[in-house]
Design a protein around this ligand. Sequence first.
Ligand code: FMN
Length: 235
Amino acid sequence: MPECLEVVRGHASVRAYLDEALPEEHVRAIVEAARRAPSSWGLQPVTVTAVLDPSKRRAIAEAVGGQEHVARAPLFLVYSVDYNKLLEAARLFKVDPAEPGLGHFTVAVIDASIAAAWSALVAESLGYGTVFIAVYAAACRVAEVLGLPRRVVPVLGLCVGKPAERPAPRPRQDPDLFASRDGYIPLDGEAVKRLAGVLGEKAKKVYTTVLPRGGFYERVGRELAECLRERGFRL
Ligand SMILES: Cc1cc2nc3c(=O)[nH]c(=O)nc-3n(C[C@H](O)[C@H](O)[C@H](O)COP(=O)(O)O)c2cc1C
């Protein structure tokens, strides 16, 4: 069994950390993992910001809905979609750059997410606890805190620190509901019940908060579209 699969199987998001800074070499390794991640066309439309200033971490914690673990994490990384640097580089090839649009954004969000996942895997391999943060839900506010230029949109955060809690791995969808071969999963009534049951007692709250008309994801979509336009994207 590959060692990294053991790390993946042991994963549980950690939201409480010891008050201990990471050694510089660990910070570098976690950022390096993101830098080495694959990206579409090898373009890397991504920038990683380590937020070291506690007052900025506090401001981001408030921006993402009062998430205390963001302020308390010894290391907080922000992964941004970044067409600012790439459009500068494109000028060298006399490219008349299109305003970045939905295609640009989608590809870069995927690249940024893969980069962040690689960081998390390395951080957890080093024994740290991590939790991703939905920076996409407060993208423009986080961009303002960090003073990011136009065409840069922060999408994901990662808290890293020595764990002060060791939660057990949390449930996941059954293998037959998560993956299939050569087609779609068999989604009968029994399967739907099993699917809804994965989140246990939290299921009703999560489903009714996130998915309905006017719910969390619709709000994220509206606000993100507005933020993208403000930051020089065309939708
Ligand atoms: C893209 C993404 C965004 C997330 N955003 C947050 C967040 O803002 N705050 C938080 O506490 N956890 C966040 N999480 C963590 C999830 O809640 C967590 O991964 C999920 O509940 C499963 O739990 P586990 O990671 O412990 O297995 C996020 C996870 C992902 C992948």
